[in-house]
Design a protein. Structure first.
Lengths: 275, 365
């Protein structure tokens, strides 16, 4: 009897231990991970400073750079992990550029855009009162390149809006097309469709489209927008093919589900015929 | 032709006798209900998981460098690969859901009670192993979701005093989740756990055959004398209905209804069990914003968040699971009708509501 009780107690303990171990292995815990922009000694220190020394941090947090993990040191150099030597020029800190150096400063990461800018009327007026990158895109709250940046309030700071309006009108349809295709590709990607080729093709067309952003020749912008639209049309057809395939699958799925329910009903009725 | 073949087989193995004993002469309670067919549904699901798993193994590459690409190939290039993969992924969730329903019906009808404690224990172990096989399969696509969900899941073991850190390293095959983890989890997923599950299913069915099917506690009793054996005895059902064709048709009806729901999910809501992170390759340097476990672990996830100490949270969950596993040894009363067991019914309903509440909370937290 005592032996049996011992044996039962041991079984209970073993089962409890097994259940505990199995459960520990199959449970999960919450994670504190978040999509916050990267914190560096630059942001930690400057965020607490007043006025123009602290403002850039708050502005940067709302920028496309922060969204993509591009932090202070990516542009200004220096060591973002060493507070004491973060702004040591002998260790790569470059500080803030003067106005004529701004395009070259940004162009280190955006060489294609720099080329387009320098070829444009804006670029040719560099150093003679013409705009630099930060005039339209902002310097710390860097805005994503979009047609929204071409607006009366911004452009009319330097000249009339008429030509810019015509350029914007020519590009608006293409941008809408790009955004629509981007949205559809993202939707498919989020459901397991291999959108690698489509994504790359859209990326190329979007870049081609972005080169027009610094062009002020209305006719050239119109002609190029038509060519880009034609290329986007091919992507549109590829996406429609995927959509059609998905619709066909749903039709087949509907038939399969209906068939199963019908068989279930028939078998149920057959069962009822037995005593 | 078929009759001649049947005669030929019968001459050699006595097929008619087996059919008579196991099918047409195998009598079940007259009051048997639809819930009893969930076991057959689970057998079909397990078979389908094995079949789709074998098909996936032909093209899946269990290597961290190539796993995601191989899954992308299966989903996009391989003819009907998407269907096989979705059946496997949706099927694993359905297996957990149906298993929960099967256990719930066993609880409500008191079928776990003496002398069926071992049936319950094997079923409970099957439940934990099914959760384990789902967890190990989760890592296979080597996506952001699978990588980070496995990171947080294996990290939970670190809360176990003394052995925790070693256990985590043993599970991962290193300090962090990496290629060795995929190798280990893949071996567990395709070899060890399926064999263990198959063996436990065998044991579960063996126990079922040796003890006999329990009578549902509802309606008029089958006999005036309740079946409460003091020594081994098979619970027979004289005057009952034959398994074949009567109850086999009920099994078939339930299986068809299951397939209707399963196919509806596969074709119309395939992403119900996936988040967008499931389609992004694993990146150990970029933690996604919110990693949440599968729906059946959400209650556990939320429990861990409620308690201030991780160890306490684990302990409470382990205690609840241990209580559930040992329920037949704790609840010794022979009464099986749920309405005649008010304490049990209150605890069961409360437990279910708590689980649902924690799951919903975990989902929205």
């Amino acid at each position: 009897m005592i032996k049996m009780a011992h044996s039962f107690s041991a079984t209970l303990q073993l089962t409890a231990l097994g259940a505990l171990l199995l459960f520990a292995l199959t449970t999960v815990q919450p994670t504190d991970a978040s999509a916050e922009p990267p914190e560096t000694v630059c942001t930690q220190c400057h965020a607490s400073l007043p006025d123009q020394l602290g403002t850039p941090v708050a502005l940067w947090r709302k920028s496309i750079h922060a969204e993509n993990g591009i932090s202070c040191d990516s542009c200004h150099g220096g060591n973002p992990k060493d507070a004491a030597n973060a702004m040591d020029r002998s260790r790569g800190f470059s500080g803030a550029p003067g106005e004529p150096e701004v395009p070259g400063f940004c162009g280190r990461c955006h060489p294609g855009v720099l080329k387009d800018y320098l070829a444009s009327a804006h670029g040719k007026a560099l150093g003679q009162g013409g705009p630099t990158c930060v005039t339209c895109h902002g310097n710390h709250q860097v805005l994503k390149a979009s047609l929204e940046l071409i607006n009366e309030k911004s452009c009319s700071r330097c000249h009339s809006f008429e030509r810019a309006r015509a350029i914007k009108a020519a590009m608006q349809g293409t941008e809408g097309h790009i955004l629509d295709i981007d949205r559809r590709i993202s939707g498919f990607k989020a459901s397991g469709v291999d959108t690698d080729r489509l994504g790359k093709a859209l990326f190329a067309e979007r870049n081609r489209f972005h080169t027009l952003f610094h062009d002020v020749n209305v006719e050239r912008v119109k002609a190029e927008s038509i060519r880009i639209d034609a290329a986007l049309g091919k992507l549109d057809r590829d996406l429609k093919e995927i959509e059609e395939t998905r619709t066909k699958r749903k039709v087949v799925g509907g038939i399969a589900v209906f068939s199963m329910l019908l068989i279930a009903l028939l078998v149920h009725l057959l069962k009822k015929s037995y005593p | 032709m078929l009759k001649r073949l049947y005669d030929w087989i019968d001459l050699r193995i006595g097929a008619r006798e087996i059919v008579q004993k196991e099918l047409t002469g195998y009598l079940l309670p007259r009051k048997i209900n639809e819930w009893y067919s969930l076991g057959s549904v689970l057998l079909v699901i397990f078979a389908l998981q094995v079949a789709t798993g074998i098909l996936l193994m032909i093209y899946y590459v269990p290597d961290a460098e190539r796993a995601f690409k191989s899954i992308t190939f299966i989903m996009n290039e391989l003819p009907y690969g998407w269907l096989i993969r979705l059946c496997h992924a949706v099927g694993s969730n359905m297996m957990v859901a149906v298993l929960m329903l099967h256990m719930l019906s066993t609880l409500i009808m008191g079928s776990y009670k003496s002398p069926r404690e071992l049936n319950w224990l094997t079923g409970f172990l099957l439940f934990t192993l099914v959760q384990g096989i789902s967890l190990t399969g989760y890592l296979a696509p080597w996506s952001q979701l699978s990588f980070w969900a496995t990171t947080v899941a294996t990290n939970s073991a670190s809360a176990i005093p003394a052995i925790g850190p070693y256990l985590v390293e043993f599970l991962r095959g290193g300090k962090l989740v990496g290629p060795p983890t995929l190798g280990r989890f893949f071996a567990l997923h395709v070899a060890l756990l399926p064999i263990a599950i198959a063996a436990l299913i065998g044991a579960h069915l063996f126990l079922l055959k040796r003890t006999g099917i329990s009578t549902p506690p509802f309606g008029d009793p089958e006999t005036n004398k309740p079946w409460q054996p003091k020594s081994y005895s098979y619970q027979s059902h004289p005057g009952g209905i034959p398994f074949f064709p009567n109850y086999a048709l009920q099994d078939l009806t339930s299986i068809c209804i299951y397939f209707a729901i399963f196919l509806a999910l596969v074709f119309f809501a395939p992403n119900l069990f996936f988040t967008p992170d499931a389609f992004v390759p694993a990146d150990p340097f970029q933690t996604p914003a919110h990693i949440k476990p599968e729906w059946y672990f959400l209650a556990n996830y939320q429990t861990l968040k409620i308690f201030p100490s991780e160890l306490l949270g684990l302990f409470v969950q382990a205690a609840a699971m241990t209580f559930l596993a040992l329920l037949p040894f704790i609840d010794r009363s022979p009464e099986r009708h749920p309405l005649k067991r008010p304490l049990f019914l209150a605890c069961a309903v409360g437990g279910i509501l708590l689980w649902i509440g924690l799951t919903v909370w975990g989902h929205f937290s």
